[in-house]
Design a protein around this ligand. Structure first.
Ligand code: NAG
Length: 475
């Protein structure tokens, strides 16, 4: 145990496992043209309308000239320094004849919609736009992830859920929350209530993923919610695959990798990236790497425990005849790499399945061994039977009554239930990663007053209506 501990401490310096930064894509910024019904940001001759009944928190980055503004009964404008509104006398020559611009309703954007998140290994990658592709269940935040709402943006997200939603941290407006009490406090603030809505048990302050072989995301409890936001394409390949954690069947290839304790999830991701995905011929391929729990079954029926393995999902963007072909070629390369170098990188074996119907179990190398084994096995069986028959005839062996065998359908049922949640390796808490990362408060971001009306100050407009100051948020 002491040794294991040392190894883990040492590994702390290496990039950690499959915990990711997950960043929410949509915003409710005044300057984002997609937030306006006319498709452009209102200018000097325009009238600005926020729907009266809609709760919204709008971030304003710069100064604007408009003709007028109707505000919602409950909402806020967060003004960056230098931002504000002026009414121009005599019109704005660059603005056309003037329209009434409505701010679009952000109400329906859901936390569990996989298309509304991007993921990256580091904050730098997030800023650079170097994103990771994931299966649907892992496209939304997982328990070990850091959730980021972009600095300089506000948003409104529906966090409705029937299950716990643990995450490691949540960053809002440049402030990172790592403790659950601090975050609950934020949720009950005016901005918090406008930004997060719906009843949920979103909890920050979860542990980091301290297992260098990777951690299981475990969003399977929210699978139905996640998949209800996903529309699956119709497929043209022969044998579509069902990757663990994905809402849709796919054309492509899946490599299943058996690892040992010296395996490092993040290093393996980088290896595949550098060895293969950076090759010109593979540049269109999307790769999703996850640690998954797989039910082990005797004779494919009787469950006898679960093992963890690494699932490498490979998708090409091809359709029709070619769907999945390129992914299959890459899968063969990945399996070949394991045959050549597996021992050095903590991988004991790997096999692939492709949507063309091909798989590594029919690969040439193995078949000779399988045939020899089968022949030996049947010879042994015949020999054993002969011996038993002889002993029986001599009265040495009596045939016992057969114990009743449980029906196969029963076995199958219980194995299906087991498949939903195998044992998880939660690792152990690492105090190094539990420190609060306090970010400096940004003065001037909010109107500091909490006055029950619209206030205009140097730093901004702030309006709070106490009548509507109720929340549907059970934090
Ligand atoms: C504007 O909003 C859309 C959708 O909400 C988002 O995809 C886009 O990144 C935003 N644009 C900017 C410049 O932030």
């Amino acid at each position: 145990m002491a040794l294991r501990h040392n190894v883990l401490l040492f590994l702390c310096i290496l990039p950690f496992a499959n915990a990711l930064y997950k960043q929410w894509i949509p915003d409710t910024n005044f300057e984002n043209a997609t937030n306006w019904d006319k498709g452009s940001v209102p200018c000097g001759n325009d009238q600005v309308v926020f729907l009266a009944q809609r709760k919204v928190s709008v971030y304003v980055e710069t100064a604007h000239t408009i003709t007028g503004m109707s505000l919602p009964v409950d909402g806020e404008l967060i003004l960056a320094s230098g931002a504000g509104f002026t009414v121009r006398e005599g019109g704005d020559p660059g603005c056309g004849s003037g329209v009434t611009a409505h701010f679009k309703d952000p109400e329906s954007r859901k936390w569990f919609d996989p298309s509304l998140w991007v993921a990256a290994t580091t904050i730098d990658d997030l800023h650079r736009g170097t994103y990771q592709f994931s299966v649907h269940e892992e496209s939304v935040p997982c328990q070990y992830d850091d959730v980021v709402f972009r600095e300089g943006t506000s948003f409104r997200v529906d966090v409705s859920s029937d299950h716990d939603m643990p995450v490691k941290s949540v960053s809002v407006l440049g402030k990172k929350f790592t403790s659950s009490s601090e975050f609950s406090q934020y949720l009950s603030s005016n901005s918090g209530k406008l930004q997060f809505h719906g009843s949920s048990s979103l909890k920050v302050g979860g542990s980091s993923c301290d297992d260098s072989t990777g951690c299981i995301c475990d969003n399977s409890g929210n699978r139905d919610r996640i998949c209800s936001n996903v529309k699956c394409d119709s497929l043209e390949c022969k044998k579509p695959l069902h990757p663990v954690g994905h809402c849709c069947d796919v054309c492509g290839a899946v490599v299943n990798v058996q690892f040992s304790s010296s395996f490092n999830f993040e290093l393996y991701r980088q290896r595949l990236q550098h060895l293969f995905l950076s090759q010109h011929k593979y540049e269109s391929i999307q790769m999703a790497l996850s640690k998954v729990s797989k039910e082990q079954r005797l004779l494919r029926v009787i469950p006898f425990g679960a093992t963890q393995e690494i699932q490498v999902l490979l998708l090409d963007q091809k359709t029709g005849q070619d769907a999945g072909k390129l992914a299959e070629a890459l899968a063969r390369d990945v399996v070949q790499d394991v045959h050549n170098h597996g021992l050095n990188i903590g991988i004991s074996s790997a096999e692939f399945q492709a949507s063309s119907g091909a798989s590594s179990s029919e690969a040439a190398g193995n078949s000779a061994g399988v045939v020899v084994g089968a022949v030996l096995g049947s010879l042994l069986g015949v020999g054993l039977l002969a011996a038993v028959v002889m002993l029986y005839r001599r009265g040495i062996v009596t045939i016992p009554r057969m114990p009743s065998i449980p029906s196969l359908s029963k076995w199958k049922n219980s194995s299906e239930i087991g498949e939903l949640g195998g044992p998880l390796d939660h690792g152990f808490d690492n105090p190094m990663f539990d420190k609060l990362t306090m970010m400096p408060e940004e003065p001037g971001l909010y109107g500091t007053e909490m006055i029950n009306s619209i206030t205009l100050t140097q730093s901004g407009v702030h309006f709070v209506n106490p009548v509507y100051d109720e929340t549907d948020f059970n934090a």
